[in-house]
Structures are given as structure tokens and as C-alpha cells.
Ligand binder design. Structure first.
Ligand SMILES: *Cc1c(COP(=O)(O)O)cnc(C)c1O
Length: 440
């Protein structure tokens, strides 16, 4: 059985329309189209009625294979794709009730306690597959991280043959758990500890991608949600949620903590493929170009402002272009499926406090933004049952969460295992020539 109509020849086009169509393999190893546009699937596959009927009884690995098969096409053989899918979703995704009419889809039970684990694991194994078959020269994945992305990418790519990973992170500006996740793995993972800010890291990476001389010597690719191999598997969260949603109930309203809008865009894609999901809410912090767009119809990127939900501190969300495409650039169509809300730091902390006091459930700041936005929606739509996507484990944000609890959070096993491992990082000044020397 396949979940969707056969789409063996799925092609991807650039949203800037100045580049040739490519298959999944090329989209994955290059990340972005040569014209600087994001890749988008040429057709949106439809789930077959049988797949949706049987969804509840299928294993996660089977669901993953069925959802990803049409997007991957023939670029990866069936047995390999089945293995890659099984490994990418090899942990729990529980849907936990939090009071009445709210459930929390916990996406933080992967190896780095962040939802980015699924996309990073899927992408790393695809790249490893292409590299091992000699389809590509040895690849260097170059990533600037403010914390979560780097950890998920490092863990996902650890030990993948033919792939080197170089991470840039701002010294002293990631949490202790995050730094351990970045710096203690070794093998094919190199952590560069930059004596500057996250923006400095990002600027250095950007310069490296534009360096022609470097491109001739090193095949560089990125591993953020621009890459289709990281973006598309995020549809799976929504399938796993529906496997656990009460049978026969109205489809859930879905509140997604959003930064670069990759996750919510994947959910909207799954919905466009026929997955029975209700209204979507883009839950944002003070960085709100998308909520402003939905209010006014004008999109104005702004410099990011720092908040407690720092993985969402994005002033110009890269996947917004994909959301526009999904709704044919039609604002009315977008508003019919997607709302947005902005939650302040004060409301984020108050929400963590209230949910802990009333339900004994501990949210992280990102999940709290989603929860607050869902409750506001439900104040207007009292009949609507919904779910939030809990994107990170609260232990990653002790400075926000521990004052609410009044004590330290117990470290989960995967984090305990990192304790006492030697930190290995290479100090790097904010100096492009120094980075280039490192890469060569
Ligand atoms: C990356 C991240 C987000 C934002 O996801 P996007 O796909 O960029 O919108 C939300 N929460 C956490 C914890 C994250 O790490």
C-alpha cells in the first residue's frame, strides 16, 4: 500500500522560478536553488482514503514511509527509504491531555530533546545515502546555531559516512545542556566556538556559501528547514497526532510555535494533502511579521528581537515564501485556514505558571506561547478542541522554567549521559578568513 497516488517523478521548482526543476536528490544536496529560491514540490500528493482510514493502526515507520515516498520518488530505493524512515522516527510522540479541550503533542523525546531531531535525522541519512553511493562528492554541512538546531544536526549526522559537520555557535550564549550537545560528540562533528553573537555566526556562514573559491574545494550544504529533506518529514508529527486523537472527534485546531515557519508550513502541506486537521494558529512571540501580515496584508521583515522563546526569534521567516505558495498568494484563502497570534514574554511566564498550578503540566517557553495562543482562540470558539506542538523539553530553558517551579528540573537520561563528557570546541574570532582556513 502507498499512502498517496504514485508520484515517482516528483520534481521541485524554485520559488523564484529562475532555476531548472530538480529531483529530491539534487534539492537535498544543494539545499537552495541556484537563483536563491526555496524548492517547492511541483505537485501536492493526496493521501489515499485507505491510508487515512487505516492510519490509526499503522506503525510510525510505515506512516513515515508512506508520507515521504512520493516526495523522495525514485532517488532512494524502497528498502533504504524504509530504513531511513524507521530510524528518523525511532522515539515516542505522545499526545498528552492538559485539562479539557487541550492536548500537548510532545515532540521532545528524541536524542536532543527538540522536535528538530526528526528532520535532522531524516536529512542526515538521505545525505549519507547519496554520499555513499558516490552520487555526491564528500559533503560538508555548515550550520550556524543559536542552540537547538546545532544539537539536532550534530546528533543526526554523527557517524554518517561521507558527511562532515561544522557548527558555529556563539560562545557563552547557549545553555549548558545545548553546549554539551554541540561539543561532546567528536567524530565527524566539529564545533566552532565563535567569540561573537548568533548573528555573527550566521553572517560568517552566509559568506562561506557565497565564496566561489571555497565552493571549488569543498561541497558545502546547509541543514536548516530551507532544505526539503529537513522540512518535509515534519508532516509526520501531524500524522502521529491524529493516530492518537479521539476517534470520530472533530479535527483538532492546531497551535504551532513558529519561528522560521517550517514546522507549521509542513502541517499545512499535510492538510492540503487531505490530512483531517482543523484551523491552524501560528503562535509567535514578539517577532511577529506573519501575524502582522495576516492582519494587514503587508509583509515587513524586521530585525529579530530577543525573547524567552529564543528558537522563535526570527525577524524574516524563511518558510513564509512556501506558505504564500501553498495558498496561491491569496490572503483570503490563507486567512480561512491559518490565524496567528503574538504572545509576550510576560504572558509566556504567566502561562507556564498557570498550567503548572492548574494541571501539573510543565511547558517550555515555546510550548507556552502555543498554549496561550490556543486558549485565546478557544475563548472566541469555545467548542473547539485543539492541540499544541510542544517543541522542546523544559530542561533546555532552566532560566525561565526553574523560577516558576522553585526548584531544579530533573535531567532526562539522554542529557545525563552527556554530563562529564569532555568539551571539544575550536575557538574562532569573528573573522571570515579564519573560518575559511578552518574549512580548508
Ligand atoms: C526551531 C524551533 C521552533 C520554530 O520552528 P520553525 O519551524 O522554525 O517555525 C520552535 N520551537 C523550538 C523549540 C525550536 O527549536
Amino acid at each position: 500500500m502507498t499512502g498517496q497516488k504514485d508520484q515517482n517523478r516528483m520534481k521541485y521548482y524554485s520559488l523564484r522560478h529562475q532555476s531548472p526543476l530538480v529531483d529530491f536528490r539534487t534539492a537535498t544536496i544543494t539545499g537552495q536553488a541556484p537563483d536563491g529560491g526555496l524548492y517547492f514540490p511541483e505537485t501536492i500528493p493526496k493521501f489515499l482514503p485507505g491510508f487515512l482510514r487505516e492510519l490509526r493502526g499503522l506503525s510510525k515507520a510505515t506512516v513515515a514511509f508512506n508520507v515521504m515516498r512520493p516526495y523522495v520518488g525514485t532517488t532512494i530505493g524502497e528498502d533504504d527509504l524504509r530504513r531511513i524512515c524507521a530510524e528518523a522516527v525511532d522515539f515516542a510522540f505522545p499526545l498528552v491531555p492538559v485539562g479539557e479541550k487541550v492536548a500537548s503533542l510532545e515532540l521532545f523525546h528524541g536524542p536532543t530533546l527538540a522536535f528538530k531531531d526528526v528532520g535532522a535525522r531524516f536529512m542526515s541519512r538521505c545525505l549519507g545515502y547519496f554520499a555513499q553511493r558516490g552520487d555526491t562528492p564528500p559533503v560538508t554541512v555548515l550550520v550556524a546555531t543559536s542552540g537547538d538546531t546545532g544539537g539536532a544536526v550534530a546528533s543526526g549526522f554523527l557517524g554518517v559516512p561521507g558527511v562532515e559537520v561544522v557548527l558555529l555557535y556563539p560562545s557563552g550564549k547557549v545553555s549548558p545542556v545545548q553546549e554539551q550537545q554541540l561539543t561532546t560528540l567528536g567524530q565527524n562533528i566539529t564545533a566552532l566556538e565563535v567569540q561573537g553573537t548568533f548573528d555573527d555566526c550566521q553572517a560568517l556562514v552566509k559568506q562561506a556559501f557565497q565564496d566561489q573559491e571555497l565552493a571549488e574545494k569543498r561541497f558545502l550544504t546547509s541543514a536548516n528547514s530551507i532544505n526539503v529533506a529537513r522540512w518535509l518529514p515534519q508532516q509526520l508529527y501531524y500524522c502521529f497526532a491524529l493516530q492518537q486523537w479521539p476517534e470520530g472527534a472533530t479535527p483538532p485546531v492546531v497551535s504551532v510555535p513558529s519561528g522560521n515557519f517550517g514546522n507549521i508550513c509542513a502541517g499545512l502541506l499535510a492538510r492540503a494533502s487531505g490530512l483531517p486537521l482543523g484551523h491552524f494558529i501560528a503562535a509567535c512571540n514578539a517577532n511577529e511579521p506573519v501575524p502582522a501580515y495576516l492582519r494587514t496584508g503587508t509583509f515587513t521583515p524586521r530585525p529579530a528581537v530577543p525573547t524567552f522563546s529564543n528558537a522563535m526569534d526570527v525577524g524574516n521567516p524563511s518558510n513564509f515564501a512556501r506558505i504564500l505558495e501553498l495558498f496561491d498568494n491569496d490572503l483570503a484563502k490563507m486567512r480561512a485556514a491559518l490565524g496567528a497570534d503574538t504572545v509576550s514574554d510576560a504572558d509566556t511566564v504567566a502561562t507556564i505558571q498557570r498550567v503548572w498550578n492548574e494541571h501539573g503540566y510543565l511547558l517550555d517557553p515555546h510550548g507556552a506561547v502555543a498554549y496561550a495562543a490556543l486558549r485565546r482562540y478557544q475563548a472566541q470558539h469555545p467548542e473547539a478542541a485543539g492541540m499544541i506542538l510542544a517543541t522542546a523539553h523544559p530542561v533546555k530553558f532552566p532560566n525561565v522554567v526553574e523560577p516558576v517551579l522553585g526548584r531544579a528540573i530533573e535531567l532526562p537520561e539522554v542529557v545525563q549521559a552527556l554530563q562529564g563528557r569532555a568539551k571539544r570546541s575550536v575557538p574562532l574570532a569573528v573573522d571570515y578568513e579564519a573560518l575559511k582556513a578552518c574549512l580548508l
